[in-house]
Each structure stands twice: as structure tokens, then as C-alpha cells.
Design a protein around this ligand. Structure first.
Ligand SMILES: Cc1ncc(COP(=O)(O)O)c(C=O)c1O
Length: 396
């Protein structure tokens, strides 16, 4: 329960509105129950069905389902052959998993700064970080806004490196009318409950490259060339492990949930955009904050709605505004601590303050407001009123 509200009175909400939440209905539960009563709980027909449906949504030839968005990123790094000595460029403003995947393969993550308006990877900053050892760039569609793929693709082609999209925030978005998933050599997605559709935990890598897709299917299955169902269909037992892989498989139970969720994506994205539109309208003239900017030619998927506080107009820092909004029952969050400032990266890769000043300055100012399709209009009004109330109390 929230503490006392800012004016010592009743908080705007008596229960906490989270920043994101899944939407699971009876139809989803029935789909999962049907699989529980079937012959295949994992690596059965639902995996292939889900991969086919997902590839359709992403506009690609192949989709490889794995056990999380993190596994999707690791699988992508493996598929590209990242190994010790290789460098991969990553924006500083992202979740740690975007960089961890490089370290899993023994590679070196190299942090590049972001654009101050959108907090997306700045292609000029990425270019400055390219060396003879650079093998790939991971573009992160932060908050659900697709990156500047035209410039990033041109840069990658010109410098002979691969482009990976960490699209874990951006399923359902598009750039220049092309769906997210089809904009890079490999694109990775998360199916965690706060994301656009969920399988509990889960992830997907999409690509048009059949050889990369095959490499990834082997990697997610211990590095073994055939799965249990394929051997059963062929009536044999023999299998070979051709490389060191992992058990990154997604189950049939999870894929049944994903298959039931996926058709609802466009309706849910429309609702996310509607909520973002209400926030935009309410905050456009509110002094003390600015929403992130949205680039032309992109259709935003609004995994997050991020505001930047104008600290020059406020008497307090972000953390006081955070606590005051939580006390009003608004489950605000902070996305993200720039990855290069995490103790692990500072220790292992000698990163630190000053490496990516735009991301570091943004980090002091950002807050993510609740946005998820099951939010009611009343919930949105509560968020708007709470933000107005807290900012007017702390404005200079
Ligand atoms: C940008 C980004 N990349 C990767 C991940 C990892 O996804 P998962 O939690 O499914 O492993 C997340 C998770 O929130 C994320 O936000």
C-alpha cells in the first residue's frame, strides 16, 4: 500500500497501478490446458506453429523460439560467431541483457551513446566506436520505438559488420512501413509478462537467413542436430552434438499461450498508442517534464512510456518525484541505469562515468509511467492527475 500522499491526504489510488502487466484470458487458459492433455509438453507441434505465426507477424522467413529474450540475444551472438577478441557495439541506455549476451560468448561489449531526444542508439556515436575488431552492432528499440535502421543498415553494410536488433520492447512496431523483426540481420524479442505478448518466460529470434536459423535451432538444443520429436518421427535414436549449445528450448505449453496471445497483438498495440496519446496531450503543456521524442516514419510499440523531468524547473531530484508518485499509487519505474555504470561492467571492462554522457544525464531524469493494454481510462486519468499533482507540488 502507498504511504501518505504528498499533501498528507488521501493518495490518488489506494492500490498500486503497476507499470506493466500481462493480459491472460480464458481462451489463453483453454489453449494451454489443451496442450497439458496432449502428447507433447515440449518441442512438439506447437513450437513450429508458434514460430510460423511469429515469423508472419515479424515479416521474416524464419523465427526461432527460445526460452527468454536473454537466450534470444545469446543465440544471436552465437549465430554470428562472436568469440573472444570480437567487439560488439551496444547503446548505453538499455537492459543489462543487451550487453551480457556478448560477454557470454567471450566478446567485448563497447558502449555507444544515445540520441538525447529519443534515447535510441545514435548512429554517429556507433560509428565512432567501430574498430578492426568490431563484428556487430546491437540496436535497441528502447521503449518500443524502432531505431534509425536506414542509417544503421547503411553503416553496417559500409563497414562490413552485422546489424542485430534488440527488439525486446518493440514487437508490433514498424519503421518505414516495415515490421520490427525484419529490419536487421537478426532481431530478438522477449515474451516476458510485461512485454506485448507473453509466454510466461520466452524469446524469439527472427531472420531471413536460413543458415543462421538452422545454426540457432541447433544451439538452443544443446548443439544437437535433431530434436526428440524429429528422431521419433524418423523412428531412430542416433544424434550428434556438433557444437556446444544450451537447453534454450521453449515448451509447447508456452507456445500454446503465445499462439493464443499473438492474434490480439494489433488490438493491444492500438490501446498502448491510445494511452500514449492521452499522456502526450496531458503533458504537452505541463511544465517540469518532457516525453521522449518520436521520430517520423516510425510506428511506436510503446512497451514503455518514458518521461524526462526538467530538473531545472523542479526543487527536487528524480528519486523524490519517484517516491511521491509511488505514494500516490502510481507504480512508476526507472528504465535504465546505463549498462556501463553497473559494477560488473566497471570492474570487468573498466567502464565508468563520462563514457556515455547523454545516457548518464538522461538516467538522472527519466521515469517510466504505467502503460499496458488492460489499463482503463480511469487508470490513465489517475496517472495524469498524480503527475500533475506531484509536479505542481515540487515545481520552482
Ligand atoms: C531491451 C531488453 N533486452 C533484453 C531483455 C531480456 O528479456 P528476457 O527478460 O525475456 O530475458 C529485456 C528484458 O526486459 C529488455 O528489456
Amino acid at each position: 500500500m502507498p504511504d501518505l500522499a504528498i499533501d498528507g491526504g488521501k493518495p490518488i489510488r489506494s492500490t498500486m497501478l503497476p507499470y506493466g502487466r500481462q493480459w491472460v484470458d480464458d481462451e489463453d487458459a483453454r489453449s494451454v490446458a489443451a496442450v497439458l492433455h496432449s502428447d507433447w509438453l515440449t518441442t512438439g507441434p506447437k513450437v513450429v506453429e508458434f514460430e510460423t505465426a511469429f515469423a508472419g507477424t515479424a515479416g521474416t522467413r524464419h523465427a526461432v523460439a527460445v526460452s527468454s529474450g536473454t537466450a534470444a540475444l545469446h543465440t544471436a551472438m552465437y549465430a554470428l560467431g562472436i568469440e573472444p577478441g570480437d567487439e560488439v557495439i551496444i547503446p548505453a541506455m538499455t537492459f543489462a541483457a543487451s550487453a551480457n549476451c556478448v560477454v557470454y560468448q567471450g566478446g567485448t561489449p563497447v558502449f555507444a551513446d544515445v540520441d538525447p531526444g529519443t534515447l535510441l542508439l545514435d548512429p554517429r556515436e556507433a560509428e565512432k566506436k567501430i574498430t578492426a575488431r568490431t563484428k556487430a552492432v546491437i540496436a535497441v528499440d528502447f521503449a518500443g520505438q524502432p531505431c534509425d535502421y536506414e542509417r544503421l543498415r547503411t553503416l553496417a553494410q559500409r563497414r562490413g559488420i552485422k546489424l542485430v536488433a534488440d527488439a525486446c520492447h518493440a514487437l508490433g512496431g514498424s519503421y518505414a512501413s516495415k515490421p520490427v523483426g525484419s529490419l536487421a540481420d537478426l532481431s530478438t524479442f522477449s515474451l516476458h509478462p510485461v512485454k506485448h505478448v507473453t509466454t510466461g518466460e520466452g524469446g524469439v529470434v527472427t531472420t531471413d537467413d536460413a543458415a543462421l536459423a538452422q545454426r540457432m535451432r541447433i544451439f538452443r538444443n544443446h548443439g544437437i542436430t535433431s530434436d526428440h520429436r524429429q528422431r521419433e518421427t524418423a523412428g531412430g535414436w542416433h544424434y550428434e552434438m556438433v557444437d556446444l549449445g544450451y537447453n534454450y528450448r521453449l515448451t509447447d505449453i508456452q507456445c500454446a499461450l503465445g499462439l493464443s496471445q499473438l492474434p490480439k497483438l494489433s488490438e493491444w498495440i492500438a490501446r498502448r498508442r491510445q494511452i500514449a496519446g492521452c499522456y502526450d496531450a496531458a503533458f504537452s503543456s505541463l511544465k517540469g517534464l518532457q516525453p521522449l521524442s518520436v521520430r517520423p516514419d516510425t510506428a511506436h510499440a510503446y512497451h514503455l512510456y518514458v518521461i524526462r523531468l526538467d530538473l531545472d524547473r523542479l526543487k527536487v531530484k528524480r528519486d523524490t518525484i519517484f517516491a511521491a508518485l509511488r505514494a500516490e499509487g502510481i507504480g512508476v519505474n526507472v528504465h535504465y541505469i546505463p549498462v556501463h555504470l553497473h559494477p560488473f561492467y566497471q570492474k570487468r571492462f573498466a567502464t565508468g562515468l563520462g563514457l556515455c554522457p547523454v545516457a548518464e544525464s538522461a538516467y538522472e531524469r527519466i521515469l517510466s509511467l504505467p502503460i499496458f493494454p488492460a489499463m482503463t481510462d480511469r487508470d490513465c486519468d489517475d496517472v495524469i492527475h498524480a503527475v500533475q499533482k506531484v509536479l505542481s507540488a515540487y515545481r520552482m
